[in-house]
Write a protein that binds this ligand. Structure first.
Ligand code: G7M
Length: 335
C-alpha cells in the first residue's frame, strides 16, 4: 500500500495516535556481560553446518540449572568488504596451497568484524532442550476437531512462557531496540528486531510485530474482526522498515508461523533474499494470503485444516501419535 493509503488509514481511527519510530536505535544496547568463560558445554544438541549454527547444552560455573548457548557465524555485511574491514592490512592470511591459478587460504580478519552471534537461554527448561535438539520431524494435518481436542488443551497446559513478550510490550526489555510502537490496545503493535537478528545487517533483516492484544493465540483465532489490525501491521510495519532500513515493502516476506513457538500473536518480517529458518511451505503463512482468505470467508481459520510440523521430542507428538495421526518410524541402529 502507498504511503497515501497508510496516511488515510492512520487518520481514520484513534489507534493511529502516537506511533513512534526510533531512528536513533543503533548498536549501543546495554553491555551486560555474560560470563561465557564460565560456561562448560556438556552436549551438542544440534550442529547445522549450512546455517553455521551450533546449539550447546551446558552449565555456568557455580550456577544451578542448565543453559543453552547458541553460536552463529554472522552473515557478511557488504560495507565491511573493504580496506577498512575484511581487506585491511591487519588481516592475517594462512596459505593452504597454491596450484596454478588456484589458491586456498584461511583469513583471520580484524576482530571487530569477526563476531559470533551468541544467544543464551538460562535457565533452560526441558522444553527448550527438546526444541533445540536435532530430531525427526513429521507433518500433521490439523483439522478444527484436532485443534479443539488435541492441540488446544495441550498448549493451554504446556506452552512456552510469554514473559519476554510482555516485557517488550511494557517497555521493560529491548526498549532501545524498538523500531516502531503503536500503543493502541486494540490495533496497536510493537515492531522489534527478532532475537535471531543483530538489528544491523540488511542482508539478514528480521523483525517481529507483536500485537498489543493479549488474547489472540495464533492464526487459528483470526477472523474478520482482526482485519483492521492485520492491515495496520502490514502497512505501518512496511513503512517503518522503509523509513529506518531503506528496504521496500515489496522486498519483505511478511508471515505467520503455524504452529508458532509462542502463543501470543506475532508476525515475522524478513528480507526476501534472506532464507530465515521457518520460511518453508509447511510452516509459514503469508500475511497477505491470510488477509485475503479471511476476506473471502470470515471464519476461514476456524474451519481450515492446517498442516504443521511436529518434532518427535515435543510432547504434542505423543498426543498425535497416541491418537493415531502420526507414527514414529523404528530406526535400526547399526551395531
Ligand atoms: O515460531 P514463532 O512464530 O513463535 O517465532 C517466535 C519468534 O520470536 C522467533 O523468530 C524468535 O527468534 C523470536 N524471539 C524469541 N524470543 C525468546 C525472543 C526475545 O526474547 N526477543 C525477541 N526480540 N525475539 C524473540
Amino acid at each position: 500500500m502507498s504511503d497515501g493509503n497508510l496516511q488515510s488509514d492512520v487518520l481514520e481511527t484513534p489507534c493511529a495516535k502516537k506511533p513512534k519510530i526510533d531512528h536513533e536505535n543503533e548498536k549501543n544496547g546495554n553491555d551486560n556481560q555474560i560470563p561465557l568463560n564460565t560456561f562448560t558445554p556438556t552436549k551438542v544438541l544440534s550442529n547445522n553446518t549450512n546455517r553455521k549454527t551450533v546449539f550447546l547444552l551446558g552449565k555456568f560455573k557455580d550456577k544451578s540449572g542448565v543453559a543453552i548457548v547458541i553460536l552463529e557465524k554472522n552473515a557478511f555485511k557488504e560495507e565491511e568488504l573493504s580496506s577498512e574491514g575484511y581487506f585491511s592490512a591487519e588481516t592475517r592470511v594462512h596459505t593452504f596451497f597454491n596450484n596454478d591459478i588456484y589458491g586456498n587460504f584461511e583469513c583471520y580478519p580484524i576482530s571487530k568484524i569477526n563476531g559470533v552471534k551468541t544467544t543464551v537461554i538460562y535457565p533452560a527448561t526441558d522444553k527448550h532442550i527438546a526444541k533445540y535438539s536435532k530430531q525427526e520431524v513429521h507433518i500433521v494435518l490439523e483439522s478444527p476437531d484436532c485443534y479443539k481436542n488435541l492441540t488446544l488443551p495441550h498448549l493451554q497446559k504446556e506452552q512456552f512462557n510469554l514473559q519476554w513478550v510482555y516485557n517488550i510490550l511494557e517497555g521493560k526489555s529491548e526498549a532501545d531496540r524498538v523500531v516502531y510502537d503503536n500503543k493502541c490496545e486494540k490495533e496497536g503493535f510493537v515492531l522489534v528486531p527478532d532475537l535471531k537478528w543483530d538489528g544491523l545487517t540488511k542482508e539478514s533483516l528480521y523483525l517481529l510485530a507483536i500485537v498489543r492484544q493479549r488474547n489472540i493465540k495464533s492464526l487459528r483465532d483470526l477472523n474478520e474482526t482482526h482485519l483492521p489490525l492485520l492491515k495496520r501491521i502490514r502497512d505501518e510495519g512496511k513503512k517503518a522498515i522503509l523509513d529506518k532500513y531503506n528496504v521496500a515493502g515489496s522486498q519483505l516476506r511478511i508471515y505467520f508461523h503455524y504452529q508458532p513457538s509462542f502463543y501470543h500473536l506475532h508476525i515475522h518480517f524478513t528480507y526476501l533474499q534472506h532464507e530465515a529458518p521457518g520460511i518453508y511451505a509447511e510452516k509459514s503463512h503469508l500475511l497477505d494470503t491470510v488477509i485475503n482468505n479471511i476476506e473471502i470467508m470470515n471464519d476461514y481459520y476456524n474451519k481450515a485444516t492446517l498442516p504443521f510440523t511436529i518434532r518427535e521430542m515435543d510432547p504434542l507428538f505423543n498426543i498425535y501419535e497416541t491418537n493415531g495421526y502420526v507414527e514414529k518410524i523404528k530406526r535400526i541402529v547399526n551395531k
